[in-house]
Design a protein around this ligand. Structure first.
Ligand code: PMV
Length: 323
């Protein structure tokens, strides 16, 4: 029986991916940088099975059909073509964080699915190729395969668009303290959002400066220079949300509490706390801080009305096979 189980962490981007040059291949408009989130992961088991008449998906212990199965099946078909597999697969996937907690699962899901599905065939692909394949499922999934701090090079075609680690998890003791403001499913997910990014007049400006911001961000990580890091990370997140808000139709992901938290984070930093914020396509605020400040940031976030929950993650390792 050809089967394997893999685990992959979610990740949070410091320089964001928003918009594609090529929608089908998910060649992004710009390169991006992220850190993996330790302890926030998806575990996926894949079995290629001659007895199956179609792909099957069990997600968080429930059999799933429709759109979710279609997306997984599409991804498996690419792997089937690439590795000359003629059978369907049984896929069982579990997130260790509650769905609807407002933590995006597509990055960890497609990273774990890619590693499990490929390894189950017995094929020995390089990490680089695994990241390119994961990218086809969800762009940010490419960044959940390598370990620690990761860069996804935009590239110009399937093989040149890949992710790699540039620093291991222990290089810098950062913690993502996530203020969960809403667990509701977003009306417009990132998949749709990418397609409307260039309807905003601001997208070109965001993209034109992305390479320079990425250089500054990566250097700040190498230097463990929190002040430069905070500046560029908040700026890049604000730029992406400005694009979202000015896309047609506009995408407003922030809620009133989101702004309250962003304001509090800036205030805490002005008082000497090493913390900055970044947001994905949702209202929850990722407060990135250095280890000594993590507990006080978490405590202060819990005291804000409208913050429903707080989760913490240190820098995580890469996707791996498990028994
Ligand atoms: O990989 P996707 O299609 O879920 O896009 C991720 C988009 C953001 O989370 C908003 C930014 C990023 O770089 O992760």
């Amino acid at each position: 029986m050809k089967q394997a189980t893999a685990r992959a962490c979610s990740n949070i981007a410091f320089i964001k991916y928003w918009g594609n040059r090529d929608e089908t291949l998910k060649i992004p408009m710009n390169s991006s940088i992220s850190m993996n989130l330790d302890g926030i992961y998806t575990e996926t088991h894949v079995r290629w099975d001659d007895a199956l008449a179609s792909d099957e998906l069990v997600l968080n212990h429930q059999k799933v059909t429709g759109q979710a199965l279609h997306r997984v099946s599409e991804h498996l078909s690419f792997i089937r073509n690439r590795l000359n597999i003629n059978t369907f697969a049984y896929v069982e996937s579990v997130n260790n964080f509650p769905m609807g907690a407002g933590i995006a699962s597509s990055a960890s899901s497609f990273a774990a699915l890619t590693v499990a599905a490929v390894k189950a065939t017995g094929a020995d692909l390089t990490e680089r190729e695994l990241t390119s394949i994961a990218r086809l499922g969800s762009g940010s999934a490419s960044r959940s395969i390598p370990s620690g701090f990761v860069i996804w090079h935009q590239g110009h075609d399937h093989t040149s668009s890949y992710a790699e680690s540039f620093a291991q998890p222990d290089y810098w003791d950062l913690v993502d303290v996530i203020a969960i403001i809403s667990g509701e499913h977003k009306a417009v997910g990132s998949r749709m959002g990418h397609t409307s990014a260039n309807t905003s007049d601001l997208q070109m400006a965001r993209v034109n400066g992305a390479e320079e911001r990425l250089r500054i961000c990566q250097q700040a990580i190498f230097d463990r220079d929190f002040s430069t890091f905070a500046d560029v990370v908040e700026y890049d997140s604000n730029l992406m949300h400005a694009v979202m808000m000015t896309s047609r139709p506009p995408l407003f992901y922030w809620l009133p509490t989101t702004l309250t938290v962003m304001d509090a984070v800036r205030h805490w930093r002005s008082e000497g706390v090493q913390v900055c914020y970044t947001l994905d396509a949702g209202p929850n605020v990722h407060c990135i801080c250095t280890r000594p400040y993590a507990d006080v940031v978490a405590q202060s976030l819990r005291a804000i009305a409208g913050v429903n929950d707080v989760r913490m993650a240190t820098v995580g390792g890469g996707a791996q096979l498990i028994k």
